[in-house]
Design a protein around this ligand. Structure first.
Ligand SMILES: O=C[C@H](O)[C@H](O)[C@H](O)COP(=O)(O)O
Length: 233
């Protein structure tokens, strides 16, 4: 295997093998998860019967284009397995997600799922979360007040960092599928992600944060020397 794209493909292919006939499957978002969706669709074209619940509009459109039967959490509120990528992850399966702005729907789908498989290339594995800026999804109303309340929360948690409002490549304010904004917080290090996640979600205006703690059950990481897989104990 030679580059990150091949590594993502390898992790996605292994995850696609785990899906069994009759499963309700959460379909993640991001470049690694899209590879999983396409590989799963190949199995569907070969006769596998599954229902997919997408975590973003992009994933929904991709799944439909690839011929996967798509549902919603309203019709299919309980999922057997979700497969999704990560921006950063630790050995204990704590993640930062939301680099693509899909964290809220991803977290809702993940929590509705019995098993959550994170797929990534080895570059995503870190000792301590936080090098990747933490995405925080916020309501549009009262943006500056929410930003200040988040800064106060960081201080209370012994952290400090810059917050920027996410923009699209052409300079527009980025709006999530749920109609919210994303604040990206450059913290450098998050030694206690569980505490920070709880405290952030207490701030009025914060809809959800990109820390996934105690949600993922299994990891499939593709490295130059092969696949590494483990489960949360
Ligand atoms: O909002 C986006 C998601 O959380 C993605 O799963 C995450 O950003 C990882 O994406 P990629 O597989 O493209 O690195």
């Amino acid at each position: 295997m030679s580059n990150a794209i091949d590594l993502k493909q390898a992790a996605a292919a292994r995850a696609a093998e785990l899906v069994e006939d009759g499963m309700n499957v959460g379909l993640g978002s991001g470049s690694t998860a899209y590879k999983f969706v396409s590989l799963l669709a190949e199995r569907v074209r070969n006769g596998l019967k599954i229902v997919g619940v997408p975590t973003s509009e992009i994933t929904r459109q991709l799944a439909i284009k690839e011929g996967i039967t798509v549902s919603t959490l309203d019709e299919t509120p309980s999922l057997d397995m979700t497969v999704d990528g990560a921006d950063e992850m630790t050995r204990s399966l704590h993640l930062i997600k939301g680099g693509g702005g899909c964290l809220l729907w991803e977290k809702i789908v993940a929590v509705a799922s019995s098993r959550n498989v994170v797929i990534a290339d080895g570059s995503k594995l870190v000792e301590t979360l936080g090098r990747f800026p933490l995405p925080i999804e916020v309501n549009k109303f009262g943006l500056e007040a929410t930003r200040r309340a988040i800064i106060n929360t960081f201080t209370k948690c012994g952290l400090n960092g810059e917050i920027t409002v996410r923009q699209t490549e052409d300079g527009q304010v980025f709006v999530t599928d749920g109609g919210h904004l994303i604040l990206d917080a450059a913290l450098n290090s998050i030694p206690d992600p569980e505490k920070l996640s709880v405290q952030l979600n207490l701030v009025p205006g914060v809809v959800e944060n990109g820390l996934f703690v105690g949600i993922s059950t299994d990891a499939i990481i593709a490295t130059e020397t092969g696949l590494v897989e483990w489960s949360r104990v």
